[in-house]
Design a protein around this ligand. Structure first.
Ligand code: PMP
Ligand code: GLU
Length: 400
């Protein structure tokens, strides 16, 4: 008699991460010997700076290869606190910081620690792929607020208020945004903050792209907007994007003490500490020379300008100004319903799959970010890759 272990209802309903799925597809095609222009994953193409790698080697030599405190080593928490103090003037004690296995883990910890079954979390769309699934995994209800390209994909005060119900607990903000690169201005955030306070909500502010900001755009850390916001905000940040350290898996939260205490306890049962060696590498990232960040920013900025120009030149494509992060989120609506390479392109998923199969350019469908009719393409790739990729996107779209 055959037997099959059944999957829990919660995990049965879980969507896999579309960013990771598209990147796996790209890698699969690559392994068959084809050249693939991979703009799927939001991952800096730079290697981790040498001084950070050296710190990891030194940490191993010094014997930092054992369990640490589950919520992270005190030196790293201190460095994290000092960075937000010097960068944004915010005061946090080390008992308000929890270091986790990447920011994605931090986000899961936040939901799991603060959400009860049925609690509603407002998420402006387009949103990063993992938010809604992680809210559901924690028993919460994602309330998706569709924003408009004509408003640069920013949620208006009216849209926010309209979606607040007695069950609303949290607002999720990601500025600079993955997937659009859009940044909320200080005054826009002030309007949102006023509603948060008046309606007695709290905010999870994903500030992981705080250092990747271009041109005249300015990043504003949410709790700096007015006094009293710090107790209503949980900040997410980490080393993955700023220091090209995606594989090291270090992220963290700033939160009120009671939340940090419980997240640390959760982590003590769940994963224990994040990798000890990675924590020492992250410590060097925060406290060592910061020229590496500036150098990467200069390269990203040049790529952003190039990509914005290419998109504006391709028939029917448009996207808002990428103020930060490293994604273009472009409108493909003009091409939906068309036949390209003999195949009807009826949605963004079909667009991305056919673009990958026909032209070997990997991107991610807007539907995965809660926004049909758009495609996300990372520009964390060198200019040669970007040139080839956009030449092929233009060819694909130009197909008669
Ligand atoms: N938040 C956003 C907005 C992201 O784009 C990412 C990218 N993975 C994360 C969180 C998670 O980062 P990490 O690699 O540190 O888990
Ligand atoms: N955040 C990146 C992205 O959006 C990395 C992949 C992931 O963690 O989803 O592509």
């Amino acid at each position: 008699m055959s037997f099959e272990i059944s999957i829990s209802n919660v995990v049965q309903g879980l969507e896999p991460s579309a960013t990771l799925t598209m990147s796996a597809k790209a890698k699969e095609i690559k392994s068959s010997g084809k050249t693939v222009y991979d703009l799927s994953l939001g991952e800096p193409d730079f290697v981790t700076p040498q001084h950070i790698c050296n710190a990891a080697v030194e940490a191993m030599k010094a014997g930092h290869t054992k369990y640490t405190i589950a919520s992270g080593i005190p030196e790293l928490k201190k460095a994290v606190a000092e960075k937000y103090k010097s960068d944004y003037g915010l005061d946090y004690n080390t008992n308000q910081i929890v270091v986790s296995n990447g920011a994605k883990h931090s986000i899961h910890n936040v939901f799991f620690t603060t959400i009860n079954a049925g609690d509603e979390v407002i998420i402006p769309a387009p949103y990063w792929v993992s938010y809604a699934e992680l809210v559901k995994l924690s028993g919460g209800v994602p309330v998706i607020v569709q924003t408009e390209e004509s408003n640069n994909f920013k949620m208006t005060a009216e849209q926010f208020e309209k979606n607040i119900t007695p069950k609303t607990k949290m607002l999720l903000l990601c500025s600079p945004s993955n997937p659009t690169g859009v940044i909320y201005s200080k005054s826009e955030l002030e309007t949102i903050a006023e509603i948060v306070v008046r309606k007695n909500l709290f905010v999870m502010a994903d500030e992981i792209y705080d250092k990747l900001v271009y041109g005249d755009n300015k990043f504003v850390s949410f709790p700096t907007l007015r006094s009293g916001l710090q107790e209503r905000t949980i900040i997410i940040n980490g080393v993955s994007k700023t220091y090209a350290m995606t594989g090291w898996r270090v992220g963290w939260t700033f939160s009120p003490v009671n939340v940090a205490k419980k997240m640390g306890e959760l982590q003590s049962q769940e994963t224990s500490n994040p990798c000890s060696i990675s924590q020492y590498a992250a410590l060097e990232a925060l406290t060592g020379q910061q020229n590496c960040v500036t150098e990467m920013l200069v390269a990203f900025s040049e790529r952003r300008d190039y990509v914005a120009k290419r998109i504006s030149e391709i028939d029917g494509l448009s996207c808002p100004e990428m103020g930060g992060a490293f994604y273009a989120f472009f409108n493909i609506k003009k091409h939906l319903g068309r036949k390209i390479g003999g195949v009807v392109i009826d949605n963004s998923e079909k667009f991305c799959l056919e673009l990958l199969m026909q032209k070997q350019v990997a991107t991610v469908m807007g539907s995965a970010f809660g926004c049909e009719g758009y495609v996300r393409a990372s520009f964390a790739a060198n200019l040669e890759i970007l040139k080839n990729a956009y030449d092929r996107i233009a060819d694909f779209i130009g197909d008669k």
